[in-house]
Each structure stands twice: as structure tokens, then as C-alpha cells.
Design a protein around this ligand. Structure first.
Ligand SMILES: [Ca+2]
Length: 355
């Protein structure tokens, strides 16, 4: 049996060694963590992307609030996000929007991307949409009345916002809003800009209502030009906790040439709307739908449209809808009155011309 003093000394020495080991181990961890953080903050996007992915993944879509369309005549604050140069319908839609001040307190316009077979497409589409919005405002005698911003190119990664002045504009206007006075974001093109705003600043969620034209093959497939233009962005919207109105109709908004010829006598804007039809032969067909016009008509007069609260499906990469009760509920617009829509547009144009 050893001396008790020697035994205590041995125990103390072991404890001191253990403490030293612990200090060295903790120091090692701290140095490693600091190096790791420094390394990734220098790389920037690596850490940001991972953190954002975790932040977005934690959000619960099941508790998203189902939007309510305010009664006709009640004003709403709105940003229009439009691929104005993509198709003729955006032009007619913007015309109806800017001629409806009793409904819209317009905060501004964001020019959206598109990718079709016409000139000024793809990488040039943002500038083309930007210029077209300016042209329409000018034709209505409203040049420089509202901010017009360029939106983003399509997203590259699932959780990486595509940056632009338009996205920052949406975020800034949203953060000025409250749940009682939300910002409506009406999308008539790809969902790039709203998805990017949401990914960049998820706190916009309870301050905005997203109203998007996807016109899908409900309930089978989320197939539409606006979806295909940025599938990642569309999936972000469907899978988010954003209050979301899916505008899912409008193909039948035909307008015979004889009907739009009446617009010609309604000032520069009416003339521009009709004569734009001569830019492409299919714009003149009696079976040409003026799809996006329906979104605006439905918002100006909700009584023209049919609505349903429905489960929000997941959207698979092949665009198949999956109803799994995981994404909460949304408001879906599934029909719009064709005659009422054109009566509304005609009345607005005549009012403008009489001023
Ligand atoms: Ca459009």
C-alpha cells in the first residue's frame, strides 16, 4: 500500500493532466470553428446557402393564411410583376390595372424574365419587359408616374435568390407593410422575383399576398409557360408559407378583332392595344386568349370570377401535383367571366378617352 500523500499527489497530477487535455481540446474546437467560419464567410455563398436552406426548410407551410379578396372598390397596395414583352396579354392586363385607381394603389412595376421564340428573349427579356412597361405607361399619359424596376434572371439553385433591383424593391415595399395592410404582389410571368424576395427575406411572409398567374393543368400538372420559365421559383411559391392566390384560368378570354377595333377610338392607349395585335398573326385569331387580363379583372371585380379554397399541392420536378396535406391551403381562381372582363376594359378605355 502506498503512502496516502503520494496517492493524493498522483490523483492531483492526473486531474491536472485531464484539465490540460480539456483546455487543449476546447481550444482546438474554438480554433477549428473560427477557421471554419472565416473560411466560409470568405466564400460567402456557401454558409449563406446552407443557413438559408435550413431556415426555409424549418418554415411550416401548413399554417399559411388563406387570402381573402377584398370587396370591390376597396383599395389594395400592389406591385405588378410582368413579362410585358413576352405576350400581348400582359399589355392589355397592365392597361386595365393602371386604369383602375379605385382598386389599385400601385407601388410600382417589376419587369420579369421570359424565354420564348421571339426577338429580345432570354437574357434580353428583362430589358425588353422594362421598356414595354414604360411604353404602356407613356401611351396612357402616365409616364414616370410609378417606379419601374428590372427583375431577376431565372434562379440557379433551389434556395439561392436571384438578385436584382426588382427583388429588393419588392422586399422594401413588403417590409413597409403590415398584416393588416399587406402588399399584394401580382405576378404575370415567372415567379422568379417573388421566390427570390422570399428566400432573401422570409420576414415578408406575413406582410404580402401573392397572386400569381400559373394557369395550370389542375389537378394533374403544374404545367404552364410561367412555371417552365423558372420551375425552381414556382416550386418555392407552392412549397412556401406565403399567402397565395393561384390564378388558374383565362385561356378562354378570346377577343374578336371587331371587338378590339372599338378600342381604336379610345385614345392612344386604346389604339396601341388594338394595333399591337398586328405584331403577330396569332394575336389576331379569334381563338387567341388574353390570359393575364383575367387576373386584373378578377381583382378589380371579384364578382366576375369563381374562387375556391383548396389544398395546396406539392409540385414535383416533373410538374406533377402531389396532394399530401403538407402545404396548407390556398385560394384558387378557376373561372373568369369573359364578357364581363371585356366590358370592364372597354368601360375603362372609354373613360380615359373622355377625359
Ligand atoms: Ca405574362
Amino acid at each position: 500500500m502506498g503512502h496516502p500523500g503520494l496517492l493524493c499527489k498522483g490523483i492531483n497530477t492526473r486531474m491536472e493532466n485531464m484539465c490540460r487535455c480539456k483546455i487543449i481540446f476546447v481550444s482546438f474546437l474554438m480554433i477549428s470553428w473560427t477557421s471554419h467560419t472565416t473560411l466560409f464567410s470568405q466564400n460567402g455563398q456557401g454558409t449563406d446557402y446552407t443557413q438559408r436552406r435550413e431556415m426555409i426548410s424549418r418554415r411550416d407551410s401548413r399554417i399559411r393564411e388563406v387570402p381573402k379578396i377584398p370587396p370591390k372598390g376597396e383599395r389594395i397596395r400592389v406591385i405588378f410583376d410582368t413579362d410585358a414583352k413576352n405576350e400581348i396579354d400582359d399589355i392589355w392586363a397592365i392597361a386595365l390595372a393602371i386604369l383602375s385607381p379605385e382598386r389599385f394603389k400601385i407601388e410600382g412595376f417589376v419587369a420579369a424574365n421570359f424565354d420564348n421564340s421571339r426577338p429580345e428573349t432570354g437574357p434580353d427579356s428583362l430589358e425588353a419587359s422594362f421598356k414595354e412597361i414604360k411604353t404602356i405607361l407613356s401611351k396612357a399619359g402616365l409616364a414616370n408616374r410609378w417606379p419601374v424596376l428590372r427583375g431577376s434572371h431565372p434562379m440557379r439553385y433551389k434556395y439561392e435568390p436571384s438578385e436584382s433591383e426588382g427583388v429588393d424593391f419588392i422586399i422594401n415595399k413588403a417590409m413597409e407593410s403590415t398584416p393588416d395592410d399587406p402588399l399584394w404582389i401580382v405576378g404575370l410571368g415567372t415567379a422568379t422575383d417573388i421566390a427570390s424576395a422570399y428566400l432573401k427575406e422570409p420576414r415578408i411572409t406575413d406582410r404580402v399576398i401573392v397572386f400569381w398567374h400559373f394557369r395550370t393543368r389542375w389537378p394533374e400538372k403544374c404545367w404552364n409557360f410561367n412555371v417552365i420559365g423558372d420551375v425552381r421559383a414556382a416550386r418555392v411559391v407552392f412549397h412556401s408559407d406565403l399567402s397565395f392566390v393561384l390564378f388558374d384560368t383565362g385561356t378562354h378570354l378570346y377577343c374578336p378583332m371587331s371587338e378590339s377595333e372599338q378600342f381604336v377610338s379610345c385614345g392612344a392607349l386604346g389604339k396601341y392595344l388594338h394595333e399591337y395585335r398586328y405584331n403577330a398573326s396569332h394575336y389576331q385569331k379569334s381563338t387567341k386568349g388574353f390570359y393575364d387580363l383575367g387576373d386584373i379583372a378578377a381583382l378589380v371585380d371579384p364578382g366576375l370570377a369563381s374562387w375556391e379554397v383548396t389544398e395546396c399541392p406539392e409540385v414535383d420536378w416533373d410538374l406533377t401535383y402531389k396532394f399530401k396535406r403538407t402545404k396548407g391551403s390556398i385560394l384558387r381562381c378557376y373561372d373568369i367571366d369573359r364578357d364581363g372582363t371585356y366590358a370592364l376594359l372597354g368601360q375603362k378605355l372609354r373613360t380615359l378617352a373622355s377625359k
